[in-house]
Design a protein around this ligand. Structure first.
Ligand code: ZN
Ligand code: ZN
Length: 280
């Protein structure tokens, strides 16, 4: 069975994220290590980290995915921001490693005034400062609008150019694909997506799927997640996307809007129903 999970909250305690995932009968989960809008990183003692690892074992949640904060900007033209970003990235990945996380999902920043080569070089420099023998690997996520990570060709080119031993592959987000112009509701666009992955990269480089519907229309370049089946991708789009054989064993993580656990419950039920039909 492919792992299914949601982004859970560490708001009250770190362990809460595990209990939330367990309560939702998830087999994987994703967390932020702290509020994604602040630079401060939490100080967790060994006991808490030990308890987290123990509880995760008990509930059998694999993989554990950490999502990077949005502040990290390895290519900023302000040297101070680059330095803070490198420092935060490194600290985050070491903390992720201490938690025995498997993947660290990162969005790369684009800059319309900067050449691709400069973006690649600066990004890569941020990666090589991190120890290179860690279990936890960086996954680069596709984005809704960017010259380096929105279209599949650009995403694979970027991956190749910034690849270091700290980077373990790619994460594909359905909302971002849709916003970047891949109309998942259409068979022909699904075909284009498959062909582009085969032509410019390799399915094996994709390690994780973020499954989100989109509030914005196809090709909008706008990154607004919606409940599964309630957005522009809709049920037909997800049925087609989830049928892609080469992606069918990858972990699925939902980052859909969430006011309470009830929202996750509904989205997971929607997903499980589609998967059940595909399996039968
Ligand atoms: Zn995502
Ligand atoms: Zn998004």
């Amino acid at each position: 069975m492919r792992p299914i999970g949601v982004h859970t909250s560490i708001k009250d305690t770190l362990i809460n994220a595990i209990f939330e995932a367990a309560e939702l009968k998830c087999s994987t989960f994703q967390i932020f290590l702290h509020s994604p809008k602040v630079w401060e990183i939490p100080q967790w003692d060994e006991n808490l980290i030990g308890e987290f690892k123990k509880q995760r074992q008990i509930y059998g949640l694999n993989p554990l995915v950490i999502h990077a904060p949005y502040l990290i900007n390895l290519i900023s033209s302000t040297p101070k921001t680059v330095a803070s970003s490198r420092f935060l990235l490194k600290r985050e990945i070491y903390l992720a490693e201490a938690l025995e996380a498997d993947f660290y999902v990162l969005h790369l920043k684009d800059n319309k005034d900067m050449e691709k080569e400069e973006i690649y070089a600066k990004t890569k420099e941020g990666f090589i400062k991190i120890e290179d023998n860690l279990h936890c690997k960086i996954l680069i996520e596709n984005t809704a609008k960017s010259k380096i990570t929105a279209r599949i060709q650009d995403l694979f080119e970027t991956y190749e150019k910034v690849q270091t031993s700290q980077v373990g592959g790619l994460c594909i987000d359905t909302c971002h694909l849709f916003a970047a112009g891949y109309d998942l509701r259409k068979e022909e666009d699904i075909e284009i997506l498959i062909k582009e992955i085969e032509k410019y990269g390799d399915f094996n480089l994709i390690k994780l799927i973020h499954l989100n519907d989109s509030k914005a229309e196809v090709g909008s370049g706008i990154d607004r997640h919606e409940h599964l089946g309630k957005g522009a991708i809709g049920k037909e789009g997800f049925k087609k996307f989830l049928k892609i054989n080469e992606l069918s064993s990858l972990p699925l993580i939902l980052e859909t809007p969430k006011k309470s656990l009830e929202d996750d419950r509904k989205n997971l039920a929607f997903l499980r129903e589609i998967l059940k039909k595909l399996e039968s």
